[in-house]
Every structure is written in C-alpha cells, then in structure tokens.
Design a protein around this ligand. Structure first.
Ligand SMILES: [Zn+2]
Length: 224
C-alpha cells in the first residue's frame, strides 16, 4: 500500500502537544488521527479526536496555526439539519460555510466541529423542540420545557484540541459573546470577535430574534 508523502498535506505547522485542563473529561480528549481534507474552499488538514464519552470531534486547520499572529477560529457545534440537510430553521449551515470560506480566503485558520447537536441536547430532542416551536414556543422555552438548559453546550474540550495543534491566539468567528468568554476562561487570547450577517428568512427570523433577545447573541445586520 502506497501512502502520499508529508509534503502533500495541507501546510500546517504543529507545536508540541500539551495536555492540561480543569477536569478529567478534558484530559480524556484524545487525538486519534489526521489526514488531508480537500474542500471547495481549499485544502485543510483534519484532526480527529475522541472524548471520554466516545464522541468524535474534528478540527479542520489551514496554514500555519502555531502561536504567533492571531488565527481565525470558528467553534462550531454540530447541527445535522442545518449543516448537512439544508434546513432553513437556523443559520448553522450558513455560519459553517461562511467560516470555511473566510478561512479559505485567508489561507489560515481553524474550525472546530464539536459533536454537541442541538445546543447539546441531541438530535432527537432537537426535533422534539422543533415540534414545540411549531406549536408556538420559542427555542429557549422549548428546551426548558423538555427539561434542558437553554444552552447545554460546553467548550472545555476545545482546550486540548487547540493545544494539540499549537493554537493560542484567536480571532473568533461568532455572534455569541459567551463563546468569547468561554475561550478566554480556558486561557486563550481572543484578540477579536468577527460576527456573521445571517440572511433572514420567514423560517429563521423568530429563531434569530430569540438568539438576540434571550441568549445575548450579537446578530449582525442581514447583508443580503
Ligand atoms: Zn442549526
């Protein structure tokens, strides 16, 4: 069996991994493998990780990611319906594609794809929450009605993943100020926040308004 040589990989410079974190779950995040990942926005290197619960997470990296100049970073939580199935109920797919496009244009950046579907409640519960929203609840009330927090995500696992590839200074692509706070609390220097201007549609405007008014998201004006 013939393997491509190292030079055909995306241009990613690695630092020595340093494993530390506030709890066992974070320490238990383990690097598994990496490979080339060509996309329509350019060539990334994909790094696969597994956490202590068996969930598989991914980092896509392009360019020199090691510490120095701040790097474009998107912390993206899985949304199967929005990312892969073209749902118009949310702006996740738009944010995912836009982040990869911006990174591709800059030829440098990282995207963390975290397997915490439906703001951490899982796919089936997200569909239940959508059903409640069809009956009039907003996204926060629907999650709470199902017995969950409005946002059950955790970003602790970002620490060992970004440490592994040597990232420490970030220009964060997000509308969510709590993500900036979370990354700073994990010890990363967030030098800038860059927001998304998600297109508003009749299907997502209530969702976008709820994120702005009840979850503190800073929604950029729709540029479309
Ligand atoms: Zn979504």
């Amino acid at each position: 069996m013939k393997f491509a040589n190292e030079s055909s990989r995306a241009d990613v410079v690695l630092c020595t991994p340093s494993w530390h974190g506030p709890n066992m779950a974070v320490n238990d995040v383990r690097f598994v493998a990496s490979s080339r990942l060509p996309t329509r926005w350019g060539l990334f290197t994909a790094y696969a990780f597994v956490d202590s619960t068996g969930k598989e997470h991914l980092v896509l990296a392009m360019g020199n990611v090691s510490c120095g100049e701040p790097i474009l970073a998107r912390i993206h939580s899985e949304c199967l319906t929005g990312d892969a199935l073209f749902s118009l109920r949310c702006d996740c797919g738009f944010q995912l594609r836009t982040a990869l496009k911006i990174i591709g244009k800059e030829k440098r950046g990282v995207l963390l794809y975290l397997r915490q579907e439906g703001r951490g409640i899982g796919l089936h519960n997200k569909i239940k929450a959508y059903d409640l929203q069809d009956k009039g609840a907003d996204t926060v009330d629907a999650n709470v009605h199902l017995g969950f927090e409005a946002d059950a995500r955790s970003y602790d696992i970002c620490k060992p993943m970004l440490d592994h590839i040597g990232v420490c200074r970030l220009s964060l692509l997000t509308n969510n100020p709590s993500k900036v706070t979370a990354m700073r609390e994990l010890g990363f220097e967030v030098v800038k926040r860059m927001g998304f201007a998600s297109p508003r549609t009749p299907h997502n405007e209530a969702y976008l308004d709820t994120k702005a008014h009840r979850m503190g998201h800073l929604i950029e004006p729709d540029a479309s």
